[in-house]
Design a protein around this ligand. Structure first.
Ligand SMILES: NC(=O)c1ccc[n+]([C@@H]2O[C@H](COP(=O)([O-])OP(=O)(O)OC[C@H]3O[C@@H](n4cnc5c(N)ncnc54)[C@H](OP(=O)(O)O)[C@@H]3O)[C@@H](O)[C@H]2O)c1
Length: 337
């Protein structure tokens, strides 16, 4: 059998574990041009929350349907194949679903990975997977950090944010992370080498905390949160600032997202705000993975993973990640067959 986690109900507001249900499917059999993966890791990605809501679906992805396996990035080993480029045994990263076995044709964000034996396989879901690639592409293509820049990262203790901030540190930026709790803020400074971290728990007035932490203004804002956080940062930009619009997690669970009022500062500061989707940069993946691997092996990049075990833990893992209970990359390690 093929255990799957399906969407039982379109979540409204804060997602709950009982929005999902465990189901049994059949192990798929590949037709010509297809292959099957035995999934080893499921990636818990905040962005997918967007496509779970009723009526969701946009230019990028269709909305998730009730009773169907939950869409997700996965890492798997090919267990059966009728596809010449994906033979049995190779390791693949793809957009598929929360399930033990996936039927894949290689077209949906599917990459055959060359795994470095010195690196733990889970890193290909985390620092070297979509998470790290998003941070790398956002920083390299859009933030364009220069030594001495003041970089602010929101949701900095999360999967993408923790890598983006460290890339800033490696690039010589003065790096400031925004997060929820003091525990996470301490981790950012003590373990990841951020220069400063601001927690909502200890410093609820973000405008004041930023003015103290970056009195000369902000050169780069890598934003994973949007809404009120983005609005608060805009007046504190320096001239020619770059804003990387990576995500807007504050609005994924809100029926009435907080408005952003302070866009005039983009004009007077001659700032650039760029949205991007990491999937448009597949040509950059090999070079980005090589650089992130070097940093990981050299100890310049720290990757923290919060690992849940077994497919039945995916609903809890996803809810914990959305609600700030995970540190670094949240993922599910599947049990061996
Ligand atoms: N553009 C792309 O191609 C791309 C690709 C991947 C991900 N993303 C985006 O990157 C962002 C991070 O995704 P991720 O998968 O790495 O998740 P993550 O950061 O590991 O987890 C989400 C974090 O968001 C924070 N958060 C949740 N609700 C919040 C709220 N209302 N206000 C402020 N912070 C809130 C929480 O951290 P705290 O405890 O610190 O608040 C939580 O841990 C998301 O916005 C996602 O959409 C974009």
């Amino acid at each position: 059998m093929n255990q799957q986690i399906v969407l039982r109900r379109h979540p409204v507001g804060a997602i709950r574990e009982d929005d999902f249900a465990l189901a049994q499917g059949k192990v798929p059999v590949p037709g010509a041009g297809q292959f099957v993966t035995r999934n080893l890791f499921l990636s818990m990605d905040a962005g997918f929350r967007q496509w779970m809501s009723e009526g969701a679906g946009d230019n990028y992805l269709p909305g998730m349907r009730l009773g169907e396996p939950v869409q997700s990035m996965v890492l798997g080993r090919v267990s059966a194949s009728a596809h010449p480029d994906f033979p049995v045994g190779c390791i693949v990263s793809a957009r598929s679903a929360w399930e033990e076995y996936s039927l894949i044709d290689g077209s949906d964000l599917c990459t055959r990975l060359e795994v470095d034996p010195r690196i733990a396989l889970r890193e290909y879901v985390a620092a070297l997977g979509p998470t790290g690639l998003t941070a790398h592409i956002g920083m390299r293509q859009f933030a364009r950090p220069r030594p001495g820049d003041v970089l602010v990262v929101s949701a900095a203790a999360g999967a993408v944010g923790s890598v983006a901030g460290q890339i800033g540190r490696i690039s010589g930026c003065r790096t400031i992370g925004l997060t929820s709790t003091e525990r996470k803020a301490r981790w950012l400074v003590e373990e990841l080498g951020f220069d400063r971290a601001i927690s909502r728990e200890r410093e609820p007035d973000l405008a004041q905390a930023l003015a103290q932490a970056a009195p000369g203004g902000i050169d780069v804002f890598f934003d994973n949160v949007g809404g009120a956080v983005l609005d608060t940062v805009l007046p504190q930009l320096r001239e020619h600032a770059r804003i990387v619009l990576c995500g807007a997690v504050a609005q994924y669970e809100s029926a009435t997202p907080a408005p952003v009022y302070n866009t005039w500062h983009l004009v007077t500061k001659r700032a650039t705000a760029s949205g991007f989707m990491f999937s448009d940069f597949a040509d950059e993946f090999p070079a980005a993975i090589a650089q992130l691997s070097d940093w990981l092996l050299g100890g310049e990049l720290t990757s923290a993973c919060q690992v849940y075990r077994g497919i039945a833990s995916a609903p809890q893992a996803f809810c914990d990640m959305m609600h700030g209970l995970a540190l670094g990359k949240c993922l599910v390690e599947m049990q061996a067959p």
